[in-house]
Design a protein around this ligand. Structure first.
Ligand SMILES: [Zn+2]
Length: 1139
């Protein structure tokens, strides 16, 4: 037998005995029992202090120890008994963590303590020991009781503590616990306001002060209390009014100077925390600027920079400086696109209607009263609901909306015109010789003309002018084929000793005969011979194609990369590791603009808004240009000798969507680091923060035999800047800012012309050239037809391809096999900025036209209907998101307008026709690009998976859903290394109800209806893990998509099932993985913003004026260790965050 154990058991049972005695006494309280209770509590306390294990016994499960103790505390009027019990509680709550405190709180302990505090405060003289003990306990309990603030206020405890602080300013022993409790009170906003009125702010300023080695713990708690109080805007105003902001700055400087060994980092950071909360209000920001705060924090931060452990200070300072940085106006006359395109009619509502209804005198660049104090009032919410509800809210819960519609949206006689796009279904192939290379002549199919108010193409009639728009640039006159000339316009003083004088490649519509050199220099343009490696590229054909491409600005120049072509590099381009502190460095450089304004050149070197007044050249500045297909640079400003601010043009008939870019740079000095800042980006985050680089094309490299786009740039960073975004541009929200995408480049060659792009460009003219070349690849086995689906608003032709295998003969059997092939409907590039989608489409098309046996089998299996570019006008005019109607075409599928959205209208009608003729496609897939995620993945539609995500009370058991929609993504994940199944989602979101994927699924009834998203950045899994994506990988994906379709045959054709019998069925079961489905779609794949799910990585780029949630300024009250929080200050934290 173990002796100590027995002793312990004895003690435990003794405690229980004492407790039950106490319990009895509580039930029948008599005055004569006071002594007994005092004795019992004293004994319990003694046992607790000597026998650690008995504490456990007292609060173990099923024990009523806590109730008995609390009940005694509530009932007793005896001071010694009260102190005994407070000590008992102190013993109990000191160890055992949150569980015991939780038990204490749930048994009503907090309120009993607070009542005791208030009632004891009325005794005169006040018993200091009692007060001290109560506060010790409150310090323990407060932070763990969610309702502590409210309870303290309702019990009237706030002023008791404030008065104790007032009376004990010199009594550190008493002051510290009181301050700690005050700090917890102040965490409640209503309390903070009330405490501010009771003079708590002035009290804190009596405690905090300049550098001193004494009572730093006290100082720290006072600063934290002050910071908590200052979260109330009313308190912040009161503090600024009394002139305390310069005081805080002076304290900060003093600590910075004297805390040489950095022992008091946490105090310095707490001072910054107070300043940060003060600068949350306009008055505070003004006071900060007036007190020279920018320079003070800039200088202290610069001195802190070399010491890595001081990063929290630098980051906090940088946050404050960014908040206080005066908002600048984007240097533009208007944020509307430089170019306007007249619309056949203005839609009744939506962004375009808003744009057009805007009075001409309105300044849309900045808001009239940007600094509005009305929002700066305290919210009276006790507990603010921080909602992660929005993403859940977006999921469709209306089960009727999830069920496919079984209605015909248009009468069949309206759809019959679309028969012309499906002639293969009626053709008898009797005249076909099946040996030659004859294909159906596409020219015989005229476009469908929908009567509109649009002026016929080519008509010289004047266009209607929009109010308050830029004067119409040159009229849109298509260049006549045959009158092209390549001219070399003399650009500045081009050195005559150049191996090849690089000047602009211009299509000259005015010259009479052929190609000509216009400039005095008759340098011969060396075109790299890429025919061997780029079978679909042909520079001459490109020029031919571009002559009938109609752009709104009537571009006459041709970008060299599109002319020369792009040969994918063989070297691997890894995803770039982000350099530590890059964002901070960039922000400091921006702050220097304010601190040293004299160093800023502010010289406009390119300006589409002022084309009439050409920029004076002095040979020192870079030359910019983007007046070519898909180009979209609006303005370039030289800020410092080697630094340029760039502004992108908005989408036509729009005032935003700045993301895609494509421009040319010349007159560079080799070996110098140039910094470029695109300053009007809008997305809140970007893959540029996660290893993506920009693309650069060097013409010198091309001429030397290596024509290629390559990833380039260092010090890449994407962050919120100080250019204000008007509410007009921010969807009505005030106080928003733009974002800067910055990158640094060192050019290799002298007299080079280089191009920069967001992603590998792919112009409409390139598509036409590729189609012309693909058509030439036809063989006797390939059925290839190119129709014109319709004309676009800009007067371009939207191609529709039909690809399949020719029937083996014109025999009935063969024709019948031909006609029974299921349709696969593919489209791409509805979003012009997603050029990667075109490269994937190129891969698909090349595979479909190839001579491989798989390609032939695939053609024999399906009839492909392909619209390779749903938005040619957007692509041509350098838009990022919209068509010429200023709208996102992938939000128009529910109710497309024939005039405003012709490509969508006719694509949908064609699908309706197919459905009406019992040829509903087996697969529909719209190719997109994704700017915020890695890899390639798909979005599909599933009722069940949507219902599962929402926990809507639907008896989902009665939903019968074929799981076939999962097969293709699963096959692709097995075939394609870039494809990631875990990123796929099959949830139907409300915000996506007008997208192609959802409408084709719901209205056309295509079960396998997808959006395929390709990363713009790179891969984080598979064979290409850690690499940025290139055209080779994108094209490979396009080909592998075909292989996926090829394998899909086995799972969709009843004949195939029969042929390959049971083992394939097993494979299918394996593929579908029914049991795992609910787990596959993780919350991270919810699609929140447009096509883009929430970003999974978080970057601290925020500097919102109203940024209230800053957990790093809320250190644990109990934790006074002077250690910086490793997470809170890292500039680049990898927490999962759905923002
Ligand atoms: Zn898209």
């Amino acid at each position: 037998m173990n002796k100590p154990k027995m002793a312990m058991e004895k003690c435990a049972s003794r405690v229980l005995m004492l407790l039950s005695q106490l319990e009895r006494l509580n039930e029948e309280p008599k005055v004569s029992d006071t002594d007994a209770i005092r004795q019992i509590t004293g004994k319990i306390l003694h046992i607790l202090q000597t026998q650690e294990k008995t504490r456990k016994e007292m609060v173990s499960k099923g024990s009523s120890g806590m109730e008995v103790i609390l009940s005694s505390l509530e009932n007793t009027r005896d001071l010694q008994t009260t102190l005994n019990i407070l000590n008992i509680l102190n013993e109990l709550l000191t160890v055992g963590g949150g569980r015991r405190i939780g038990a204490f709180v749930s048994k009503g302990g907090t309120a009993i303590l607070l009542q005791l505090l208030v009632s004891s405060s009325k005794d005169l003289p006040m018993n200091e020991e009692l007060m001290l003990h109560i506060h010790f306990l409150l310090v323990k309990v407060g932070p763990k009781d969610r309702k502590f603030g409210v309870k303290a206020r309702l019990n009237g405890a706030l002023n008791v503590t404030v008065n104790l602080v007032k009376r004990n300013l010199q009594n550190c022993k008493m002051l510290l616990p009181c301050l700690q409790v005050l700090r917890v009170y102040a965490g409640n906003m209503v309390n903070a306001v009330s405490l501010g009125k009771s003079g708590a702010l002035d009290l804190m300023f009596e405690i905090i002060g300049p550098y001193s080695k004494k009572s730093t713990t006290l100082l720290k708690v006072a600063l934290d209390t002050l910071a908590a109080l200052l979260k109330s805007k009313m308190n912040a105003r009161r503090t600024v009014d009394r002139g305390y902001l310069p005081t805080l700055l002076a304290f900060y400087q003093d600590w910075h100077r004297n805390d040489i060994r950095h022992c008091h980092l946490i105090i310095r950071k707490s001072i910054l925390g107070c300043i940060k909360n003060l600068t949350a209000i306009k008055l505070g920001r003004k006071a900060f600027i007036d007190a020279n705060g920018m320079r003070i924090l800039y200088n202290t931060s610069t001195e802190c920079l070399p010491v890595r452990t001081l990063d929290p200070l630098v980051n906090a300072s940088s946050l404050i400086m960014r908040k206080c940085f005066p908002k600048n106006r984007l240097p533009l006359p208007t944020i509307k696109s430089v170019y306007q395109h007249p619309l056949p009619h203005i839609p009744a509502g939506g962004p375009v209607a808003l744009l057009y209804s805007q009075p001409p005198e309105v300044d849309d660049v900045v808001d009239e009263s940007d600094e509005n104090e009305t929002t700066e009032i305290d919210t009276e919410n006790e507990e603010e609901e921080t909602g992660h509800k929005s993403q859940i809210d977006d999921i469709e819960t209306d089960i009727n909306k999830l069920r496919p519609k079984q209605m015909q949206t248009r009468p069949f006689d309206e759809l019959i015109v679309y028969e012309r796009f499906c002639v293969e279904f009626t053709e008898d192939f009797k005249d076909n010789d099946f040996k030659g290379c004859k294909a159906v002549d596409s020219d015989s199919h005229r476009p469908i003309v929908i009567p509109t108010t649009l002026i016929p193409v080519g008509s010289p009639k004047k266009r209607q002018r929009l109010e308050n728009v830029q004067p119409q640039k040159s009229p849109e006159s298509p260049l006549e084929q045959g009158s092209i000339s390549i001219s070399k316009t003399p650009e500045g003083k081009s050195a005559p000793d150049l191996a090849c004088s690089l000047s602009r490649l211009v299509l000259d519509g005015g010259s009479d005969d052929g190609y000509q050199e216009e400039s005095g220099e008759q340098a011969v343009l060396e075109v790299p011979d890429t025919a061997a490696v780029l079978p679909l590229h042909d520079p001459d054909l490109y020029l031919e194609m571009i002559t009938c491409t109609r752009s709104v600005p009537a571009y006459t120049e041709v970008a060299y990369p599109d002319y020369f072509g792009h040969v994918a590099l063989h070297l691997r381009e890894p995803i770039v590791e982000r350099v530590y502190g890059v964002q901070r460095t960039k922000i400091f450089q921006d702050i220097e603009r304010l601190i040293h304004p004299i160093d800023i050149l502010d010289k406009v070197v390119y300006d589409l808004d002022n084309q009439s007044s050409p920029v004076v050249e002095n040979g020192e500045s870079l030359k910019f240009n983007s007046k070519f297909e898909s180009g979209n640079l609006r303005k370039a400003i030289q800020v410092r000798k080697f630094e340029y601010d760039l502004i992108l043009n908005s989408d036509i008939n729009s005032n935003h969507y700045h993301q895609w870019f494509y421009f040319e740079v010349g007159n560079m000095r080799p070996g110098v680091r140039y910094r470029f800042n695109i300053i009007n980006c809008e997305k809140s985050n970007s893959q540029f923060n996660y290893g993506m680089q920009v693309l650069m094309y060097s013409v010198q490299e091309a001429i030397r035999g290596s024509p290629h786009w390559a990833r380039t740039g260092s010090d890449i960073c994407y962050y919120k800047n100080h250019f204000s975004r008007s509410s007009i541009a921010a969807g009505g929200q005030k106080g928003k800012s733009y974002f800067t995408m910055t990158f640094t480049v060192t050019f290799q060659h002298k007299d080079d012309v280089c191009y920069f792009a967001y992603h590998y460009p792919y112009t409409f003219s390139t598509l036409k050239m590729h189609l012309r070349k693909l058509r030439a690849l036809r063989t006797a086995q390939i059925y290839y037809r190119e129709d014109e689906l319709c004309q676009t608003l800009g007067g371009n032709s939207c191609p529709l391809l039909t690809i399949t295998a020719m029937p083996e003969s014109s025999s009935n059997d063969h024709i019948s096999q031909f006609r029974s092939r299921p349709v696969v409907f593919l489209s791409a590039r509805v979003h012009p900025g997603e050029t990667n989608a075109s490269w994937v489409m190129k891969g698909t098309l090349e595979f479909l036209m190839s001579r491989s046996s798989e390609a032939q089998s695939l053609r024999e299996s399906y009839i492909f209907k392909i619209i390779p570019m749903l938005n040619p006008d957007g692509v041509i005019n350098g838009n990022h998101r919209c068509s010429l109607s200023g709208e996102d075409l992938n939000r128009q599928w529910q109710n497309p307008n024939a005039e405003l959205h012709p490509t969508i209208y006719h694509a949908k009608s064609l699908l309706q026709y197919l459905r009406a003729t019992a040829r509903t496609p087996l697969v529909f897939c719209d190719y997109h690009g994704h700017s915020r995620k890695k890899n390639v993945f798909m979005y599909g539609c599933s009722i069940k998976e949507t219902v599962w995500q929402t926990n809507v009370n639907t008896s989902s058991s009665d939903l019968h859903e074929d799981l076939g929609y999962r097969t293709l993504p699963k096959l692709l994940s097995q075939i394609a290394p870039v494809f990631s199944l875990s990123s796929c989602s099959f949830v139907v979101e409300r915000s996506k109800e007008a997208t192609a994927r959802v409408v084709v699924w719901r209205e056309i009834g295509v079960q396998r209806s997808y959006t395929m998203e390709s990363t713009l950045c790179g891969c984080d899994q598979g064979k290409y893990k850690g690499l940025q994506i290139g055209t080779r990988e994108l094209e490979e994906m396009g080909a592998q998509f075909c292989l996926g379709l090829f394998r899909l045959r086995h799972f969709t054709s009843p004949l195939e099932h029969h042929k390959h019998n049971s083992h394939l069925l097993d494979v299918e079961n394996d593929l579908i993985e029914t049991r795992n489905i609910p787990n596959i779609t993780s919350p991270s794949t919810y699609v929140l913003e447009e096509d883009e799910p929430a970003f999974l990585e978080e970057v601290d780029y925020s500097a919102e004026s109203n940024d209230e949630n800053d957990p790093d300024l809320e250190p644990d009250l109990q934790d006074n260790r002077a250690l910086p929080d490793p997470n809170s200050d890292s500039e680049f934290s990898h927490q999962d965050c759905l923002t």
